[in-house]
Design a protein around this ligand. Sequence first.
Ligand code: GLV
Ligand code: GLV
Length: 321
Amino acid sequence: MKVYITRQIPESGINKLKEKGYEVDINSADKVLSREELLNALKQKPYDAVLCLLTDKIDKEVFGAVPTAKIFANYAVGFDNINLADAKEKNVMVVNTPGVLTETVAEHTFALMLAIAHRVSEADRFTRAGNYKGWAPMLLLGANLAGKTLGIVGLGRIGSTVAGYAVRGFGAKIIYYDVNRNEDFEKEFQAEYRGNVDDVLKEADFISIHVPLLESTRHLINKERLAMMKPTAYLVNTSRGPVIDEQALVEALKNKIIKGAALDVFENEPALALGLAELENVILTPHIASATEETRSKMSDIAAENIIVALEGRVPPNLVK
Ligand code: GLV
Ligand code: GLV
C-alpha cells in the first residue's frame, strides 16, 4: 500500500503506517503545497491513501489526480477544506480527527478568553516596554469570567467541553444556541437554550464560537449581530475564521461596539483583516488551538489508524461523509 502525506506531521502515525509495511511519501518542503505541486505529487504513484491538511483544498480535480486513492484522511477535526460531494461522486472516503483534540481546543479557548478579559497581551506589551512605574489601583483593569454569562454558539464536543470548564471552574452561567437542543446538557450544567443566535449574542458577557464552517455559518457573526452584543462583551473564536465577518469585527472593535475579541482563526488565513493587528483590544493566535505535543501526536495516530482500517477493507471509525 502507498500513502502520500502532504506535509510533515508528528512521527507516531507515520510509524504506524510504516509498521504495516506501507510505502509512505511525505512532502519534504516545510510548506503548504501549491495547487499544482499537490496535483503533481499525487500523480507520482498510484497512492491508496492520502493524509492531507486543513490548508489543502481537496476537490474533484485533486481526487482525479489520484484515482487509486480510497481514502483522504484530514489532519483536523474540521473538514470544510474538502468537497464532500466530490468525494462521494469519486467514491472516496473522508475521515477527520475528532475527539483527541477536544480538551486541547477547549483549553486554548480559555487561554484566549482569560487573556482578553485580563488584558494579558496588552499588559505584557506594556511591561516589556518599560511602562510599569509602580502598582496602581486603576492600572489595566479587566473583567472577571467568574459569575458571568458565557454564550456558546455551537454545542458540539468542543462547545460543550468549554461550557463544562466554565461552569465547574468559574461558576459561569451558560446559554447556548445550536441547531440541536441538548436537554441532558442543560440539566447537567443548568444551561439554558436560546432558539436563535441573536438571543445568545444580546445576553452573553462572553461569546465563544464552536460551529463548523458551512454555507449557513459563513459570516454568522456579521455587522448587525456584532451590534446586538453588549458593549462590555468579549468574542472568542477557535472554530473557523469565515464564521466571523472579520472586517466588520475590526470596525466593531475600533468603535467600541464590543469590548474585545480573541481569535485563533481568520477569514483569509494566513492574512489578517486590514487594521486587526493594530488594535489593542484583540488577541491573535495563529490557528494553534490544537497545537500541543500530545494532541498533535494523537491526531497523527488517529489519521493513520483510519487509513489502516480503510485499506484493510473495513469502515474507518471517523468517516465523515
Ligand atoms: C483545526 O482547526 C482542526 O479543525 O482540527
Ligand atoms: C468538534 O470537535 C466539535 O464537535 O466541537
